[in-house]
Design a protein around this ligand. Structure first.
Ligand SMILES: [Zn+2]
Ligand SMILES: [Zn+2]
Ligand SMILES: [Zn+2]
Length: 575
């Protein structure tokens, strides 16, 4: 199956979007490391938490009576089954009663437009949702009726766009007594949890056709504890793959299952996630009016996705090649991008790949590296990423562990240092230099003749070009003393093949011990992380896969040359 079809299908299983809509929106994403965008702003996520709570006990043919969820970074569209589904949202609309007490969600503004009911939350209006009714159903009437009801009680509506927001709380000064803390909206605390669930509302009935869900929340510390109550049909097992789907960090919400024993018997299965912030209780019961059953094609995608989402990529009893490749970019020319390209291309060929970045940021303090899925592959392959902290982690142990689980580990150091000895890792089996691949065809001379500057450009032969390129681009790399596997070059995006001049330069570089193993197209700036597992033109996909396979065939076996490499580094240091 084409990666594009697969990603579209996976996304639709979470959102219930139309095929054309989902396809169009996926094309607009930078890459597919997150096929469903997350809410960008806190107000956006908070609004979605309130929506989930308000709609949370609704019933319908679809989950909560919501036909379709369209997630965007700065907005959300909900298509409802009926006006009845909309009614609970009216309770969020703020108003003031005759005693001047205020009710509802105070910083919510609501307006009706031709497209639907627009909700805007927050002082800066950065939380946005559009509620759309079914075909031929006008939600405007419901809002109008609600306004009339409010006014007939001589209450004052506070939801129109021109209602001013409360003044900002004054900054505290030492002279004043400490003002009473304003009650914080509990929906603002870890709001992304509820947002991620609402954005994946169709997950539950995609997983088990004919099941139904409700969402409720209770206050927990300063935030909320969410409970999903899930009814599955009588013939279905209570304990199923839901934890796998919820834990997936690429398409799923990335909520880890809590490592405690959970109540699981003939009556119910109760699992808790994200340090107890989410509880999922599965019981048996029939949804009397389920939406269409999943088609066979969709069911296939689902089982593929769940198999993919396994946390440990060792699913089969295969032993992994465990090869470590270090990518080195002396000028910082996108070695991370090159790692993405190679790892994705090899994963697409069915291999298990890991990009292991190292750095010395002081933020992460956990003692063992954990790898996270980076892309969906839709096949046997897998692409993971991990970050190893040089201060707090033992890189050697991390690599040893990774060798047992992955075919290819691509090691990427965050910063190139001026001490090449620190730049190269003897833990790697192969070392590739990543650099721009434009070979000079001319060189410039400047002379003074009779008080005037004279500039000329001289043509270079391929041999001269190779030497000039080596000394100019690789000046910081001790390639003549430390054995490098070769070069990985960036080429112009459109020029996927090389000309005769390049071929001759390549041969000369090989003579200097720096063979060109492959070329990758320079990625466009707006989507630097796009790989063959994302949306790229077919031509480019073919070229990258061919080049990546060529690179792979040039790599040596794992554990072969470590001692020799260490010796070379030591001798170079003693020079
Ligand atoms: Zn269970
Ligand atoms: Zn030379
Ligand atoms: Zn396309």
């Amino acid at each position: 199956m084409l990666i594009e079809h697969y990603i579209v299908d996976v996304r639709r299983q979470f959102t219930g979007e139309s095929l054309t809509g989902a396809r169009r929106r996926l094309h607009g994403l930078r890459d597919w490391s997150k096929p469903l965008p997350a809410a960008h702003s806190g107000d956006q996520a908070r609004l979605e938490g309130h929506l989930l709570q308000a709609l949370g006990t609704g019933r319908g043919r679809n989950p909560l009576g919501v036909t379709e969820v369209v997630p965007g970074t700065d907005h959300l569209v909900l298509r409802l089954e009926s006006v009845d589904t909309f009614a609970p949202l009216l309770r969020l609309m703020p108003y003031r009663d005759r005693r001047r007490s205020r009710h509802g969600l105070l910083d919510l503004r609501v307006s009706a437009s031709r497209r639907g009911i627009e909700l805007v939350l927050g002082r800066s209006g950065s939380g946005r949702a559009l509620i759309v009714g079914p075909q031929g159903c006008d939600l405007t009437t419901a809002v109008d009726d609600h306004r009339q009801a409010i006014e007939s009680m001589q209450y004052l509506q506070l939801w129109t766009k021109d209602t001013p927001h409360d003044p900002m709380p004054r900054p505290m000064t030492s002279r004043r007594p400490r003002p009473k803390a304003r009650p914080m909206d509990p929906y603002a605390v870890r709001a992304e949890l509820a947002s991620a669930l609402l954005r994946r509302l169709h997950l539950w009935n995609s997983l088990v056709a004919g099941s139904s869900v409700t969402f409720t929340s209770q206050p927990l510390d300063s935030g909320l504890l969410w409970t999903v109550e899930r009814c599955v049909p009588h013939h279905r097992p209570l304990h199923d793959d839901i934890a796998t789907a919820l834990a997936d960090p690429v398409a799923g919400p990335g909520l880890p299952l809590d490592a405690t024993d959970h109540p699981c018997d003939q009556e119910q299965c109760v699992q808790s996630f994200d340090s107890g912030r989410l509880t999922v209780r599965t019981i048996r019961g029939e949804n009397d009016r389920p939406a269409r059953p999943a088609s066979r094609a969709r069911a296939h995608v689902r089982s593929t996705f769940l198999r993919e989402a396994k946390q440990s990529p060792i699913a089969d009893d295969q032993t992994r090649a465990g090869h470590v490749l270090q990518l080195i970019a002396p000028w910082g020319e996108g070695h991370a991008g090159a790692a993405d390209q190679l790892a994705a291309a090899w994963a697409r060929e069915g291999l298990h790949t890991l990009i292991l970045s190292t750095g010395s940021s002081r933020e992460t303090r956990n003692t063992a590296v954990s790898w996270r899925r980076a892309r969906l592959t839709g096949g046997r392959g897998a692409m993971f990423k991990a970050y190893s902290n040089l201060i707090h982690h033992d890189l050697e142990a991390d690599i040893a562990r990774a060798r047992g689980v992955f075919d290819h580990i691509i090691l990427v150091k965050r910063n190139w240092t001026d001490t090449p000895l620190l730049g190269f890792s003897p833990l790697a089996d192969d070392h590739l230099i990543v650099a721009g691949g434009q070979f000079p065809k001319t060189t410039r001379t400047t002379t003074v003749r009779a008080g005037e500057l004279r500039r000329r450009s001289l043509p270079l032969t391929p041999t001269e070009s190779a030497v000039a390129w080596l000394h100019h681009r690789l000046g910081r790399v001790p390639f003549s003393d430390v054995p490098m596997t070769g070069l990985l070059l960036w080429c112009e995006r459109d020029e996927s093949c090389t000309d005769g001049f390049d071929t001759e330069v390549d041969a000369e570089l090989a003579r200097h011990g720096m063979p060109v193993l492959g070329r990758l197209p320079q990625t466009p700036r707006f989507s630097p992380d796009r790989t063959v597992l994302d949306h790229v033109p077919d031509e480019q996909r073919k070229f990258v896969i061919q080049q990546a396979n060529q690179v792979r065939q040039c790599l040596g076996p794992a554990h072969a040359n470590a001692t020799a490499f260490r010796t070379a580094l030591r001798e170079y240091a003693d020079l």
